[in-house]
Design a protein around this ligand. Structure first.
Ligand code: ZN
Length: 234
């Protein structure tokens, strides 16, 4: 399995801006965090850029198509003239065989971290083909392409979230864990936390191994601590 993370805009192309946020910068942060997240799995991952460089449409498309990934996910953030427009969107190809499982999973995960689901959609040009070149020029039988818009820099509530690197990390996990589930990826066996994870599974403190960089809720933490206390009292 191969995944390309296409990090939108860069260099002289700022993308959207608003509330002191520049889209190219947050795309880069989320894209690199997503790369690090997926690198823990048994999948080959690349990004179209890993610094603030300008990429023409042709170069961007060629980077993806020469790599020939199973999935290309373009990371973007939105802008609108109406300041009240907010939330996350996923854009996909118009083809019938498109299944929106991945898009739904990404937006469901985003909603749990406070970025509301706005819509899943497809947009056509006058020839009836996909409007967005990163879908039109990339989607084929081998490569599926989607665009994730992780919230509006022009909306005060979304921007407050997007200003926080902690939130961007959560966003990268929201997208990454959806990709892991969709592609059925397995964790690599050489992750630094593997030994500790296997130990607490074999001791019965948790039931299954997890990604060591996934977040734990207070409910999960309390459950594990409670099991540990039970054990210590033996
Ligand atoms: Zn963009």
């Amino acid at each position: 399995m191969k995944v390309m993370i296409d990090i939108g805009h860069g260099g002289s192309d700022n993308g959207a801006s608003g509330n002191e946020l520049i889209e190219k910068d947050i795309n880069l942060k989320v894209g690199i965090m997503l790369y690090n997240y997926l690198s823990q799995y048994d999948v080959e991952v690349r990004t179209t850029r890993n610094s603030d460089v300008t990429l023409s449409n042709d170069v961007r498309v060629e980077l993806v198509n020469s790599y020939n990934p199973d999935l290309c996910v373009s990371v973007h953030h939105n802008a609108a003239s109406a300041a009240e427009a907010r939330g996350a969107e996923v854009i996909h190809a118009h083809y019938d065989e498109y299944d929106d499982k991945l898009a739904n999973e990404i937006l469901a995960n985003m909603a749990t971290i406070g970025m509301p689901k706005r819509r899943i959609f497809t947009k056509l040009n006058s020839r009836g083909d996909d409007w967005y070149y990163m879908i039109r020029r990339i989607w084929d039988t081998n490569t599926h392409a989607i665009i994730v818009e992780g919230g509006f820099v022009t909306n005060a509530e979304d921007a407050a979230l997007l200003k926080s690197d902690d939130f961007l990390k959560l966003e990268s996990v929201a997208i990454g864990s959806a990709i892991v589930e969709y592609l059925g990826l397995k964790l690599k066996s050489n992750n630094w936390w593997n030994e500790a994870m296997q130990r607490i599974v074999s001791e019965g403190l948790i039931e299954n191994e997890h990604n060591g960089n996934d977040f734990v809720t207070w409910g999960e933490f309390a459950t594990v601590m409670s099991r540990l206390l039970d054990k210590l009292k033996l």
